[in-house]
Ligand binder design. Structure first.
Ligand SMILES: Nc1ncnc2c1ncn2[C@@H]1O[C@H](COP(=O)(O)OP(=O)(O)OP(=O)(O)O)[C@@H](O)[C@H]1O
Ligand SMILES: [Mg+2]
Length: 222
């Protein structure tokens, strides 16, 4: 059972500029890709899912509840933006700051998260010495340590080379999540998801099975 991401009659306006309108979606697939041109509203949609953007009208529900940073983990394309502490271990532990856990509990959770992404050996390293791929793995660890039900990744592979793209894609699909949303311009990555939503001009142009949606998207630009 996935969480269910439900958007009902959602519109988002920024200072009179309409970024999204008439969005009605009921997403139940375990993994959902979001595609569309620059400025089509993908990141705005992604930010609705963790409550960083509030709908101007309509409602956004994750498993029947309001979307917040507690329900939803978030990955940016540039992992540098997510590093807040000097060392790898401290950076992941920082995500647990408000959870009232003992030092031992924090160590167990952080160690498990770092093992899952394959960064345990680098736990004492300075974050800024990591490669781009390793920084993205670190950002994933900092998210999963909080055990979110939903993870939203906004262009998580944009800065990565092919081996790291393959690695991060595989890892994202292997994480113990109820639902995963990946915003991407990489149609191969989009095709790894179970459902694809195509945004155009702030509206949903098409949503459904990857093959059909991606084929129509490609055709549109031929
Ligand atoms: N905080 C904001 N204030 C004002 N306008 C915004 C804000 N965020 C987004 N917009 C506008 O909303 C529209 C959709 O932007 P959004 O970032 O969602 O597009 P996108 O599909 O993610 O594009 P890209 O592929 O370039 O990342 C754009 O016209 C953008 O300028
Ligand atoms: Mg964007």
């Amino acid at each position: 059972m996935t969480l269910g991401i439900k958007l009902k009659d959602v519109a988002v306006e920024f200072d009179g500029h309409i970024a999204l309108s008439e969005i009605n979606l009921d997403l139940t697939a375990k993994s959902v890709a979001v595609i569309g041109s620059n400025g089509s509203g993908k990141s705005t949609f992604a930010r609705l899912l963790n409550g960083l953007v509030k709908p101007t009208s309509g409602s956004v529900k994750i498993s029947g509840k309001a979307a917040t940073t507690e329900t939803t983990g978030f990955l940016f394309s540039n992992p540098d933006l997510q590093i807040v502490m000097p060392t790898v271990f401290e950076d992941v532990a920082f995500s647990l700051t408000n959870q009232k856990l003992s030092k031992d509990e924090v160590r167990v959770r952080v160690t498990a998260a770092l093992s899952q992404v394959g960064l345990l050996e680098l736990q004492e390293s300075n974050c800024h010495t990591l490669s781009s791929g390793q920084k993205q793995l670190l950002a994933i660890a900092s998210n999963i340590v909080r055990e979110p039900k939903l993870l939203v990744a906004d262009e998580p592979t944009t800065l990565l080379d092919l081996p790291n793209t393959v690695r991060i894609t595989k890892l994202l699909h292997e994480l113990e999540l109820d639902q995963l949303v990946i915003v991407t311009h990489d149609l191969e990555l989009a095709a790894t998801c179970q459902e694809v939503v195509w945004f155009e001009g702030g509206r949903v142009r098409k949503a459904g099975k990857p093959k059909a949606v991606i084929a129509e998207y490609r055709k549109n630009f031929e």
